[in-house]
Write a protein that binds this ligand. Structure first.
Ligand code: ADP
Length: 598
C-alpha cells in the first residue's frame, strides 16, 4: 500500500507539479513577450509622431528662411542686418528675438543698447556667435554639410600628439571635436559638442542650434541667403508658440488613436502638450522616443488610454490560468485521493477475503467434526439410552442445518455477486412464515438454553416476497442472536406493521417489520453500518472465539433490498442488539399479484 502511494506520487503528483510549474513559467514568458510586443507598438506610435514633429520643425525652418527672404526684398543682406531684430519681431510671431551675425564673428543685431532681453542675449551668446569661445551646443543643419569629420579627426590626432590633452578641451580658434555627430557627406548633419558658431555653420545654408542656459532650452534657427553667404540671420524661438504649432501633429494614426494617448514632454520630463487634450500623462509610458537635435531631450511618450483595462486584462488572464492550474491540481489531488482510497479499500477487502476463507474452513470443520463424532457413536451402538440417542440425533440435525445454512449463504453470496440470484416472488403471509421459521429454530435455541419469545399480530400480514429468502434472512439473524449472546440467553421475535406517513395520502404505505432482539454483546460502537459490509466482522474470530464468515448480514440486507425493503440495526435498550427486517406491506384488499420471479 505504501509502495503504491509512493509510486503514485512519483508517477502522477510529481510530474503534475512539474507540469504546473512549467505552465506558470510559460505564462510568465508569454506575458513578457506580450508586454514587449505592446511596448514596441507604443514605441512605433511615438516614433511616428516624433517624425511628424521633426517635419513640422523643418517646415518652420523653411518658414523662417522665407521670412528672411521676404524681409530682404531688394535690399542687400548687410542692410537688413542692422535692424533685423525689430523687423523680425514685427512679422514673425514665433520668434522672441532676431539676430544677425557675419561669419567673421561681428554681431550686427540686436544692439547691446537695445531692450534688456536683447542685451542679455548678446552677453550670453556673443562669445559663441563671434566664435571666440567654445560652448556646448546641439545643432542640426539639414541641408549640406557643416563639419568634415575626416578633417576634424586628422586635426584631433595631431592635437592629441601635440598637447596630450582631452579631445573635448575648450580652445579658442583651434579645431573642434564634436562629442557626437552624424555628419556624413550628402546627409543631414547633426550633433552635440563644445564648439563655435563658425563650425556649426560649415557650408550649410540653414539650421538650428540649441543651448541650455540656466537649465532652460534656447532654440535658435539660422539662415543665410544665397545673395550673401557671409551674413547669417537667426531667430530665438518662443517655445510656447512652438508647442502650439506642434500640438496638431500629436495625433496617433487612425488605428492607434482609440488605444494610445501621447504626450510631448520637455527636457525636464514635464508634459507640455498631450493628445487627447488634458490626458493625465503620469507614470511610465509604454513607449518613448526622443525628438532629436531640433528639440534636444524632448520626447514623445505614448501611454495606454485606459491603463486600467490593460492591467485588468493582465490580471484576468493571470487569474484564469492560475485558476485552471489550481483546478488541475485539485483534480489530480482528488483523483489521487480516490485512487489511493480505492486501493486501500481493495486491500482491506482482500484481507477480509483471506479471513473469510479461514473462517469458512473453520465453520465447515466444526459441524463436520460434531457430525462425524456423534454419528460414529450412534453407529457403533455406544449410546444405549433412548433419551441420549434422541439428543445426539438432534445435535446431528442442528449441525447439519448449520452446515446447510453456511453453504447456502456462501452460494447465495456468490450468486448475488454475479447477479444470478433469482427470487420466487409470491403473495406471502408473514405471520405464518415467521412462526414456522422461529418454531423450526426454537428447539435448537432452547436446547442451547435460550428463552424464545414470539409476538405476532392478530391480523394476517401479507407481503410480496420469496418466502425461502425471507426465512433465510430471519434464520441468519436468529443464528447471530445465538452466536453473539452473553450470559442472558433471551431472544425475542416480534412481527408488526409500520405506517409510513407522507404528505400525499396516495403514497402513504405500511411496512411489515420483523424485529429480532437479544441480550447479547451488542455491536461495538462505530461498527453499526460496517457490519453490513461483505466479510466485515466486528467480533473477530480469533479475538472473540466466535466463528463467522462476515456474510450473514450482507446477504440479509441484499435480500431485503431486492424486496424493496431493508435490514437495519439499533442497539436494544437495556443491552443487546435489535435487528429489523422491513418489507413493503401488501394490504389485504389489494388485488392478488401473479406469481413471478424477480
Ligand atoms: P458473521 O458470520 O461474522 O456473524 P454477519 O454478517 O452475520 O457475519 O455479522 C457481521 C458482524 O456483525 C459480526 O461479525 C458481529 O460482529 C456483528 N453482529 C451480527 N449480529 C450481531 C448480534 N446479534 N449481536 C452483536 N453483534 C452482531
Amino acid at each position: 500500500m505504501k509502495k503504491a502511494s509512493v509510486l503514485f506520487i512519483l508517477a502522477v503528483i510529481v510530474p503534475s507539479l512539474m507540469l504546473a510549474g512549467l505552465a506558470l513559467q510559460s505564462l510568465r514568458h508569454q506575458q513578457l513577450a506580450l508586454e514587449r510586443q505592446r511596448s514596441l507598438r507604443y514605441e512605433g506610435v511615438a516614433e511616428g509622431i516624433a517624425k511628424e514633429v521633426r517635419a513640422e520643425i523643418a517646415a518652420l525652418q523653411d518658414e523662417f528662411a522665407q521670412q528672411v527672404e521676404r524681409l530682404l526684398g531688394k535690399r542687400e543682406p548687410a542692410e537688413l542686418a542692422e535692424d533685423f531684430d525689430a523687423r523680425l519681431l514685427e512679422t514673425w510671431p514665433l520668434a522672441d528675438l532676431g539676430f544677425a551675425v557675419t561669419v567673421d564673428g561681428v554681431v550686427r543685431s540686436p544692439s547691446l543698447l537695445d531692450r534688456p532681453t536683447a542685451r542679455r542675449f548678446r552677453l550670453e551668446n556673443d562669445p559663441f556667435l563671434c566664435s571666440r569661445e567654445d560652448v556646448e551646443v546641439i545643432w542640426n543643419s539639414p541641408k549640406g554639410k557643416s563639419i568634415n569629420l575626416t578633417e576634424l579627426d586628422a586635426a584631433a590626432a595631431k592635437e592629441r600628439e601635440a598637447t596630450d590633452k582631452s579631445v573635448f578641451a575648450t580652445r579658442a580658434g583651434g579645431p573642434e571635436f564634436p562629442t557626437s555627430s552624424s555628419t556624413v557627406p550628402g546627409k543631414p548633419n547633426a550633433g552635440s559638442a563644445l564648439t563655435q558658431f563658425s563650425r556649426v555653420l560649415g557650408e550649410a545654408h540653414e539650421g538650428t542650434f540649441a543651448r541650455f542656459l540656466n537649465d532652460r532650452l534656447n532654440l535658435l534657427f539660422w539662415y543665410r541667403s544665397q545673395r550673401d553667404l557671409g551674413q547669417v540671420f537667426g531667430a530665438r524661438i518662443r517655445l510656447d508658440r512652438l508647442i502650439e504649432r506642434l500640438r496638431p501633429r500629436l495625433h496617433p494614426e487612425a488605428g492607434a488613436a482609440d488605444e494610445v494617448a501621447v504626450a510631448l514632454r520637455d527636457d525636464g520630463g514635464r508634459t507640455v502638450a498631450s493628445a487627447p487634450a488634458g490626458f493625465a500623462a503620469d507614470g511610465r509610458p509604454l513607449g518613448a522616443v526622443e525628438i532629436g537635435e531640433v528639440l534636444p531631450h524632448w520626447e514623445i511618450a505614448a501611454f495606454p488610454r485606459d491603463a486600467g483595462a490593460i492591467a485588468g486584462a493582465v490580471t484576468t488572464s493571470r487569474w484564469t490560468v492560475g485558476l485552471l492550474i489550481g483546478l488541475l491540481l485539485v483534480a489530480i489531488g482528488v483523483g489521487g485521493w480516490l485512487i489511493v482510497n480505492d486501493a486501500r479499500r481493495q486491500s482491506a477487502l482482500a484481507r477480509r477475503k483471506t479471513d473469510f476463507v479461514s473462517n469458512v474452513s473453520h465453520e465447515l470443520k466444526t459441524p463436520l467434526t460434531s457430525i462425524r463424532l456423534f454419528s460414529e457413536m450412534l453407529a457403533e451402538g455406544r449410546v444405549a439410552e433412548p433419551a441420549k440417542q434422541r439428543q445426539f440425533l438432534q445435535i446431528l440435525s442442528a449441525e447439519a442445518a448449520r452446515l446447510t445454512r453456511l453453504i447456502n449463504n456462501v452460494l447465495d453470496f456468490a450468486r448475488l455477486d454475479r447477479g444470478e440470484k433469482r427470487y420466487r416472488m409470491t403473495d406471502c403471509e408473514v405471520c405464518r412464515l415467521v412462526r414456522d421459521t422461529v418454531e423450526t429454530y426454537r428447539p435448537h435455541l432452547e436446547a442451547a438454553g435460550f428463552r424464545v419469545e414470539l409476538t405476532l399480530p392478530a391480523e394476517p400480514v401479507t407481503v410480496r416476497a420469496d418466502p425461502d429468502a425471507i426465512a433465510q434472512v430471519l434464520v441468519n439473524l436468529l443464528s447471530n442472536a445465538e452466536k453473539y449472546s452473553g450470559p442472558r440467553k433471551e431472544v425475542a421475535v416480534i412481527l408488526d406493521t409500520e405506517r409510513l406517513t407522507s404528505p400525499h395520502p396516495a403514497t402513504t404505505s405500511d411496512r411489515a417489520r420483523i424485529t429480532v432482539l437479544d441480550r447479547g454483546l451488542g455491536v461495538p460502537p462505530g461498527c453499526e453500518q460496517r457490519i453490513f459490509d461483505q466479510f466485515y466482522r466486528a467480533h473477530d474470530s480469533l479475538g472473540s472465539g466466535i466463528p463467522g464468515s462476515g456474510l450473514g448480514l450482507t446477504l440479509a440486507r441484499q435480500i431485503a433490498r431486492a424486496h424493496g425493503g431493508e435490514v437495519t440495526y439499533a442497539p436494544r435498550e437495556g443491552g443487546g442488539s435489535g435487528f429489523h427486517i422491513l418489507l413493503p406491506h401488501r394490504p389485504p384488499d389489494a388485488p392478488p399479484s401473479a406469481p413471478a420471479s424477480a
